[in-house]
Design a binder for this molecule. Structure first.
Ligand code: SF4
Length: 399
């Protein structure tokens, strides 16, 4: 297990229309007591987690946040991400408190601040917090001025996508020092579906604006990432398959979560795998179109969200055939891809497919290294996929 997502509280001083957490009235619990936070950090560390993401609600509403951060670092976590809307960091006292942490601690601490629009009116309407945009911008500036590493998280929405290039410009000029911008799509969780349907743009409409923003940030030497790449079918990435698959791979590290106010019903007083990133969540909520039947990437792609297909249909989908892969040159030696023995075989095979696809898009072939007694059907599916895309010479030869 690589990463722990720890929800410190569901309390929030904003109320984003697309938030994947339930509205305050639907919450079942209040903030996680400090001793439970520390126990969870300890348990996940013992299970091998080396990274922790502290989220909420808004984690900075907790006065014991510095103590939680310190404890995580003392437990040996290498990287601590604080997922925040940034508004509380407009308060210089809180930033001063964090700035008093030792340099060794600060080096491993990263702030990921949500900012979903350049224009204050659009942002405040999305977060339903009048004045929230100004506070978030002030918070980012204060964190940067105190020397922290800050990335910006931007959820792509209908009211703001046309402004994405200007948003990139805003980050470069007005938030100088931001290290990375992470673009994400809205998670279609049940309780926010009506809002999601209103706010979710058509991929092909948003893509040119996103491409322009990515290009602008790249020129300005600000890194760009896709936050939840598993949300997007590969064929809608507009020729950015390699970027997409890489983002999918590095963001889908094996992770566990602890969240007392979890999205589904039932007891969540235990560490569990990330429900929204699970194959089961995708299988329940995604659908494939007629074009997918002809697509070589169908074994590794979940298709589009059901609500998305209802809204926009399947006309945007572009299946990948052999001709796409035959255009990709092959160079260099085959890269070894280790197939995980720690996951269910189907999930391990899918992850290895994504790794083979990433290698093939870079012009490499792969050689799979299977764990002992790996499921034969999953192995055959993996090898057949890899052969179809030219990642191994022929079925069975890459083993
Ligand atoms: S399987 Fe369907 S949705 Fe996925 S890349 Fe292929 S055509 Fe697109």
């Amino acid at each position: 297990m690589e990463k722990l997502h720890l929800s410190l509280s569901w309390d929030c001083n904003e109320n984003c229309r697309f938030c994947l957490k339930k509205a305050p009235a639907q919450q079942v619990n209040r903030p996680l007591p400090l001793r439970d936070c520390l126990a969870m950090l300890k348990r996940a560390r013992a299970a091998g987690c080396r990274r922790v993401s502290l989220d909420g609600g808004e984690p900075a509403l907790r006065s014991d946040l510095p103590q939680i951060i310190k404890s995580a670092l003392l437990l040996g976590y290498r990287k601590i991400d604080v997922m925040t809307n940034g508004t509380r960091f407009a308060d210089p006292a809180l930033v001063r408190l964090l700035a008093s942490l030792s340099p060794a601690i600060r080096r491993r601490l990263f702030f990921c601040v949500s900012l979903h629009a350049r224009k204050a009116a659009v942002s405040d309407a999305l977060t339903r917090r009048p004045g929230g945009h100004a506070l978030t911008v002030a918070g980012i500036r204060k964190l940067l001025a105190a020397g922290f590493t800050v990335s910006v998280s931007h959820v792509i929405t209908k009211p703001a996508y046309k402004d994405l290039p200007a948003f990139a410009e805003f980050v470069l000029k007005d938030l100088k020092g931001v290290s990375e911008v992470v673009f994400s799509h809205i998670y279609p969780v049940i309780h926010s579906l009506p809002a999601v349907r209103r706010l979710y743009p058509r991929f092909s409409d948003a893509r040119p604006f996103l491409d322009a923003a990515v290009a602008r940030l790249g020129k300005g030497k600000v890194a760009v990432d896709l936050g939840n790449a598993e949300m997007l079918p590969v064929c809608l990435t507009g020729g950015r398959e390699a970027f997409f698959v890489e983002a999918f791979l590095h963001n889908s590290v094996a992770a566990v979560t602890y969240d007392r106010n979890k999205l589904d019903t039932g007891d969540s007083r235990k560490l569990e795998s990330m429900p929204l990133a699970s194959d089961q969540f995708g299988e329940r909520n995604k659908v494939k179109g007629p074009a997918c039947r002809r697509c070589l990437l169908a074994p590794v792609c979940g298709g589009v969200w059901k609500f998305y297909a209802e809204l926009y249909g399947f006309r945007e989908l572009r299946p990948y055939g052999r001709e796409f892969f035959s255009r990709l040159k092959v160079r260099g030696a085959a890269a070894a891809v280790g197939v995980s023995g720690d996951m269910p075989p189907a999930a391990a095979a899918r992850r290895a497919m994504a790794q083979a696809l990433a290698a093939r898009l870079k012009g490499r072939r792969v050689r799979f290294v299977f764990p002992r007694s790996f499921d034969k059907k999953a192995a055959a599916g993996l090898l057949s996929f890899a052969a179809e895309i030219g990642a191994v010479k022929a079925q069975g030869k890459g083993q």
